[in-house]
Every structure is written in C-alpha cells, then in structure tokens.
Design a protein around this ligand. Structure first.
Ligand code: CA
Length: 244
C-alpha cells in the first residue's frame, strides 16, 4: 500500500450526538486515526465500503435510520470491523447488535481511553483491516517534518519540540479542509468550548507559529484569516508508516 492510501485511511463515526461525536473525533485524531462522520444509511454504507475505511463506530440510537439495520447491511457487504455504541441499559440491544454482526460494543458513557483500547482490540482481531489502518507517523509541512512520536519538528533552520497542544493544533490544521475555525480549534485542541474571554488558544497559536518559523526560516507559516480562523500557508500532508 502506498503512503497516500495509508494517509487516507479513516475510522467512520456514526454518532448523532454532537458532544459524543466531537469527543470521538478528537480522541481518534489524538491517536493518529483519521475520523469521518456519516449519519444517513446510504452515506454510511458508501463510506464503509471504501477501501480506506478501517473500522466503523456505530451508534445504535440514531434519529433517522435504525443502527441495527445499518449493522446488518454493513455486515452483508463487507468485513469492516464494527464497534457498536450503546446505552447502558440496552442489554438486549447489545446482544442483537452482536448477532447482527458487530465485532464488539462499548457502553455509553465511555472513557476516551476505553474507546481507543476497544478499537485497537477490534483491529488486532481483524488483521486484514489492520493493514489499512491510518498509522500517521509524521506530518510534512513545507520543508519541515514533524515526528508525531517525539513531537519534534525539524526544518532547514533548526529543530523545535512541540507541546501536546501545539501538536494537536497543527494536526487539526492539516486535517481540516480550509481554515480551522476558532470554535473547532477549541474543541479539537483544548477539549472545551470557546469562550470570548479565553485567550489560551492565541497563546498556543503564537507558540506554534514561533517554533515553526524558527525551524523553517522565512515567512510565518500560519495565516490568520479574520473571522475564519487559521490556515497553513505551506503545503502540508500526513506521512503514514508501515501497517501492523
Ligand atoms: Ca444517538
């Protein structure tokens, strides 16, 4: 598999509750998985059928379509690992979900670490899907490269160690199509809602900007677009390692 294919690998998130959806997306990104969201049955089936889809996190309580029905339809078409998200009381639901072909379930409310552990376990049990897993190891930005494991950004003019928040911020900008809105950045980077008086994002942006600039040399690599958010000026991409 080429790096381009690996970089495009994603976990499909089928969850209608905005807070849970955001928490899942954030957690996945923090663990080097890309996330895509779909809620309608036709969208879910189409995306899950893509080669790049490595697993589906499926909420059974969806407003429009029946999650159980989607699970059956998915299983009828592909071998993609399915991790169901169910309510605490819904024991029957879990049993039916497993019968419908889900690989495992996770009970709400769940801890981000538990989600990742369950997801990894499901991927381990399905080695074919494992090979398609999004395993980002680095981010390339202009002439620089960020090692995701060490958080060290190396460019032609030097090396800088990023903090966890700066790393998340950079990843969010790379993953985002178009400018990264401040409100999204608060959720993705700091895990909380934006408040007008909260300046902490500005601090992280300023620090990231200073470090990238020091390592890359030359112009400011982050553009601030008034009323829209932040955007990288230099071309950026995710570099994937070997699967497994
Ligand atoms: Ca729901």
């Amino acid at each position: 598999m080429s790096d381009a294919q690996a970089a495009a690998s994603f976990v499909l998130v089928v969850e209608d509750e905005p807070a849970i959806q955001a928490m899942i997306a954030r957690t996945l990104r923090q663990h080097a998985f890309q996330a895509r969201v779909a809620l309608r049955r036709d969208e879910v089936l189409a995306l899950a059928g893509e080669e790049a889809c490595v697993a589906v996190l499926l909420d059974l309580g969806l407003p429009g379509d029946d999650g159980m029905d989607i699970a059956r339809a998915l299983r009828g078409r592909s071998d993609v690992p399915i991790l169901m998200l169910t309510g605490r009381a819904a024991v029957r639901e879990r049993v039916s979900g497993l019968e419908a072909g889900a690989d495992d379930y996770i009970v709400k409310p769940f801890d981000p670490d538990e989600l990742v552990a369950r997801l990894r376990a499901v991927l381990r049990r399905k080695p074919k899907a494992e090979r398609n897993r999004a395993r980002a190891v680095a981010i390339r930005l202009g002439a620089g490269r960020l090692d995701l494991a060490t958080r060290e950004f190396a460019g032609p003019s030097g090396r800088e160690k990023l903090t966890e928040q700066e790393l998340r911020l950079l990843r969010a900008m790379v993953d985002n199509d178009g400018p990264l809105a401040r409100a999204s950045a608060y959720g993705l980077v700091l895990g909380r809602k934006w408040e007008p008086t909260d300046r902490s994002l500005d601090v992280h942006v300023a620090n990231l900007r200073r470090k990238l600039r020091a390592a890359l040399g030359g112009e400011d690599p982050i553009a601030t677009l008034r009323g829209q958010g932040y955007e990288l000026r230099a071309p950026a991409s995710t570099e994937a390692g070997e699967g497994g």
